[in-house]
Design a protein around this ligand. Structure first.
Ligand code: ADP
Ligand code: MG
Length: 264
């Protein structure tokens, strides 16, 4: 017992990674679920936070958002400690679930001083219990996403390899610059995570080659291939790492996860 305590004390508190892009459908939620499962498979203690009122992450981890007793909404509005709403999921990760009530949370936070720091403070007491916390953002640059960027030490930006998917990235990076200046000087942009990648398409290959220079950002590797396997996984409440272990998509997420672990 004493030995365990010593080991725990030696582990540094969790790094918080925000996964954000105010565009919908770019694979934020898929990336959080898959990277989370990959980290857990490497023996890391992982907490996933669903910060989207659509609760797709919650659903895709096998939890019915309509039946959760307390969610991130209660945490952010001061009615519950974060630890008390954590659920343990089959995928080997812990989850702070979302629920439809989160749609009203921004309005409730709006008049509060320090509203951008609420998630950061709520996470503080649990950081010692995890190695990694991944925050799945909603498709907006509102107060909830500002909370994620303020709580995070690093940002990953999932982006499909298509021209139109670039739109809005400049605006996201402007917001990041503001956050770094005012709210969270420690926030690092770890880079773009290319998603929904079709290696047979010349256009996709060109976008992949150009996107890093265009925004002056690192591009994580390998790109996540587009495959129908991703659509199947959430329906059974597991990530593609479980439903299609040896698929190229699962392998790509494991490789990206390993490259991220090497930076910790
Ligand atoms: P976001 O959270 O950014 O809105 P999602 O992760 O929900 O995006 O993904 C949007 C849709 O794209 C989902 O239906 C998901 O199953 C699908 N998807 C995600 N990644 C891939 C992929 N690599 N190949 C094929 N479909 C994917
Ligand atoms: Mg999502």
């Amino acid at each position: 017992m004493a030995r365990k305590t010593t080991q725990q004390a030696a582990r540094s508190p969790a790094r918080v990674l925000a996964v954000a892009n105010q565009k919908g459908g770019v694979a934020k939620t898929t990336s959080v679920a898959s990277l989370g499962a990959a980290f857990a498979a490497r023996g890391k203690r992982v907490l996933l936070v669903d910060l989207d009122a659509q609760a797709c992450l919650t659903f895709s981890l096998g939890v019915d958002p309509d039946t959760v007793e307390s969610s991130i909404h209660e945490v952010l509005t001061g009615r519950a400690d974060l630890e008390s709403v954590v659920l343990h999921c089959d995928e080997g990760v812990d989850l702070v679930p979302s629920a439809i009530e989160l749609a009203g949370t921004e309005a409730m936070l709006m008049p509060r001083p320090g509203r951008e720091f609420v998630l950061r403070s709520a996470l503080e007491p649990v950081l010692a219990a995890y190695d990694l916390v991944l925050v799945d953002c909603s498709p907006s640059l509102g107060v909830l996403t500002l909370n994620a960027l303020t709580a995070a030490s690093a940002l990953l930006i999932p982006m499909p390899c298509e021209m139109l998917s670039h739109r809005g990235v400049g605006q996201l990076l402007d917001t990041v610059a503001d956050v770094q200046k005012i709210l969270n000087p420690g926030l690092e942009v770890w880079g773009i995570l290319p998603t929904l990648y079709d290696g047979r398409s010349t256009h996709a290959r060109e976008v992949l080659a150009d996107v890093g220079d265009r925004y002056g950002l690192p591009v994580l590797s390998p790109p996540i291939p587009k495959t129908v396997r991703f659509a199947e996984a959430p329906a059974v409440g597991r990530s593609i790492l479980t439903t299609a272990r040896s698929s190229k998509g699962a392998q790509a997420y494991r490789d990206v996860a390993d490259s991220l672990l090497a930076r910790l």
